[in-house]
Design a protein around this ligand. Structure first.
Ligand SMILES: Nc1ncnc2c1ncn2[C@@H]1O[C@H](COP(=O)(O)OP(=O)(O)OP(=O)(O)O)[C@@H](O)[C@H]1O
Ligand SMILES: [Mg+2]
Length: 244
């Protein structure tokens, strides 16, 4: 993995800590559509950031580029190593290295959970560890420990079709956490839930970054969700219009 020199730390009034991830001048076009235009964003340990904006404004594209799922046409995404030994430039990694890097350092929660219906809840949670080469019994043990921390111990043996929407999303949060990632990315994680269940799922998500060395990024259309995040980034036509 390539190490790059420490960029200027920038001036962030709200934060005394150093950034965890730095995304600079990201641009991405699809044919005539500019999905992202020079978007820059720093993420800090312990914070929750909401990404908002109208449909088509580039929210998912920003999330996917920052998370290394798709690559930008230009710009840079750098993640600090947890051991302080340097930074990794995500775009500079080969596809294979980037996949492993994503599994280690990032967790994902999507609107519909994206859980695998043929597997039990505990197998779904163990999956990132199995993909990283962990043996099955260790992976299941860590998955069950994560389920326990989230108060979901009783659900491990169920198949996904036997869970409610809210339970499924909390299983997805357990799966996102199982590798102890630096950043959790969530795209409309409560979009398919009723408001009471959405609050429970949001509580569980916010707890993943509160007081932790981890950051949480939530794409949402819901102002109530955004209001509970420490910072809101608003996109319009691929540009970051405002941050508060
Ligand atoms: N794979 C793709 N191919 C072509 N155009 C795309 C692709 N992905 C996104 N776009 C376009 O890029 C723009 C930004 O899309 P994006 O999915 O990031 O928006 P969004 O803000 O997440 O919208 P929504 O709120 O509807 O999820 C849109 O105009 C979209 O049509
Ligand atoms: Mg989207």
């Amino acid at each position: 993995m390539g190490t790059i020199a420490e960029p200027d730390s920038g001036s962030s009034k709200a934060h005394t800590l150093d950034w965890l991830l730095r995304a600079e001048h990201l641009s991405k076009s699809y044919a005539q559509t500019q999905a992202l235009a020079e978007a820059s964003l720093d993420l800090y340990p312990g914070e929750a950031v909401a990404i908002m904006g109208p449909s088509g404004s580039g929210k998912s594209t920003l999330l996917h580029v920052i998370a290394g799922i798709i690559s930008a046409d230009s710009g840079k995404v750098v993640l600090r190593r947890p051991d302080g030994s340097g930074n990794d430039d995500i775009a500079a990694l080969s596809d294979a290295k980037r996949s492993a890097f994503r599994l280690h350092r990032f967790g994902f929660v999507f609107q519909q959970g994206m859980l695998i219906p043929e597997l039990t809840a505990e197998e779904n949670v163990a999956l990132p560890l199995l993909l990283l080469g962990c043996n099955r019994s260790d992976a299941l043990q860590r998955a069950n420990a994560e389920l326990g921390r989230l108060g979901l111990s009783g659900l491990g043996g169920r198949r996904i079709g036997q869970l409610s929407g809210g339970q499924g999303q909390r299983i997805a949060i357990a799966r996102a956490l199982v590798t102890d990632p630096s950043i959790i990315f969530a795209d409309e994680p409560t979009g398919a839930l009723d408001s009471r269940t959405a609050t429970d799922v949001l509580d569980a998500l916010l707890a993943t970054s509160e007081g932790a060395a981890r950051a949480l990024v939530i794409v949402t259309h819901d102002e109530h969700v955004a209001a509970r995040c420490g910072r809101i980034v608003r996109l319009l036509d691929g540009r970051i219009e405002a941050t508060r």
